[in-house]
Design a protein around this ligand. Sequence first.
Ligand SMILES: Cc1cc2nc3c(=O)[nH]c(=O)nc-3n(C[C@H](O)[C@H](O)[C@H](O)COP(=O)(O)OP(=O)(O)OC[C@H]3O[C@@H](n4cnc5c(N)ncnc54)[C@H](O)[C@@H]3O)c2cc1C
Ligand SMILES: Cc1cc2nc3c(=O)[nH]c(=O)nc-3n(C[C@H](O)[C@H](O)[C@H](O)COP(=O)(O)O)c2cc1C
Length: 466
Amino acid sequence: MLLLAIVLFAHWQDFSSLHIGQPGRAAWAGAAAAGWATWAVAVAWPRRRLDARQAPNGILVVHASQTGFATELAERTAGLLRAGGMAVDLREMAALTAADLSSHARALFVASTTGEGDAPDNATAFQREVMRSAIDLHHLTYAVLALGDRDYEDFCAFGRDLDRWLRERGAMPWFDRVDVDNGDDGALRHWQGQVTQLAGAEEQPDWSRPAYQSWRLRERRLLNPGSAGAPCFHVSLVPDDGMHLRWDAGDIAEIGPRRGRGHDELLPHREYSVASVPADGELHLVVRQQRSPDGALGAGSGWLTALAQEGDTIDLRVRRNAGFHAPADARPVLLIGNGTGIAALRALLKTRVARGHMRNWLVFGERHERVDRLHVDELENWRADGAIERLDLVWSRESRGPRYVQDRLRGAGDALRCFIGEGASIYVCGSLAGMAPGVDAALREVLGDRQVEALAAAGRYRRDVY
Ligand SMILES: Cc1cc2nc3c(=O)[nH]c(=O)nc-3n(C[C@H](O)[C@H](O)[C@H](O)COP(=O)(O)OP(=O)(O)OC[C@H]3O[C@@H](n4cnc5c(N)ncnc54)[C@H](O)[C@@H]3O)c2cc1C
Ligand SMILES: Cc1cc2nc3c(=O)[nH]c(=O)nc-3n(C[C@H](O)[C@H](O)[C@H](O)COP(=O)(O)O)c2cc1C
């Protein structure tokens, strides 16, 4: 068809000089016009695409991440492209506007899913504003790496939504979306291969997750003896080979649980917020022991809290979670959490105290004041020393006072507005069920939807909830 159209168009003069009647001429003219249009679509338009590919803005690499993995993969993707000599514009999705999409010809997205099929927090403004707009993306070529876990009902929901939306707006997929189930190496290798090819870069070693390092269980201590809830342990680990300790508060320890002492086989990894800073000389975790109704121990928590013994080797690697790092400056910080959420909040507080950043307000919830004291003595010492400006301990099973952290926030509305007005950032860590949505609703009640959304978009409202 294309060839016919080109022949017709090229010989239009010849054809028009033949003795053909009016209707015949009209038919020929129509065929030539169709030919022109076909040629324009098939040849000239892709050329326009190609020209756009050489646009000065380089290639956008966008990450939408809740706990850091998508960010890490986006950084690696950017590294590959740069290795191939490409200019890269690496962006958190919170900082991505419709204008950015219009001014770039190529974009790679690395997007995880959180909650129950939800977009990560740093993507909600984009989802609400840009993904509901009628932006024309016919000029854009893109690819999506979608991170998820098949144990969840809505596997890779946000990555899939993003892909669908880009297509609907006219963007052209470079290659099919790559879905990653729980960090699956094969899928990551596939993405890496596609990007390497795109960049014309040299073959690189596989991106499979870094190997575990050997750590030693130095100490394990029950933090809540007598609690009505599940036992919760302080777990202290040191590297086996005296290697240099390096992580930031907010980072996550990935553990390779074993089925028992002496078992070689590792199960899928489990994640725990790091509760200490390198200056402690130890990596601390706060781990709640989980059991199924028939009494079987959870794989990760069982290994760390019951099966492994002091002195045993623990397979561990630390994953960077830049979205939950402490602010570098001295701005006020409001830390909110419950239960094992104290782990990351404790590490953040240690970092802040070490830097002399004392404008810290902590709202922490557990059940009973007498027994559920997860590092609470330490918190009270910090308050006494002035390292915590305000400490709200909220006990849900005591008869007096508000029951949950969100109730305390509502009751402290004026102070909360004032703190945020002074530039505070908010960090929420702990349960996804109950606490996180409850806190979100309370913040919206006190501050209003717009301010909460503006805080999230500015990276001043961060959550590490599970
Ligand atoms: C970013 C992040 C940070 C985290 N930080 C912490 C932290 O600081 N502290 C912490 O304690 N946790 C934390 N978690 C949770 C942690 O990763 C694990 O999910 C948790 O310890 C449970 O894992 P498990 O392997 O012990 O249980 P699993 O083996 O995964 O089982 C989960 C639950 O299901 C039950 N179960 C298992 N099999 C069955 C069955 N056949 N029938 C019925 N029930 C069953 C288990 O007993 C358990 O209650 C974090 C999670 C994330 C994502
Ligand atoms: C609290 C929580 C909720 C999650 N919800 C989903 C989900 O609904 N669908 C899915 O496919 N994956 C889900 N996941 C899995 C994550 O998408 C997956 O672990 C991903 O690698 C995390 O990437 P990130 O660190 O960039 O956020 C969830 C993970 C967590 C911790």
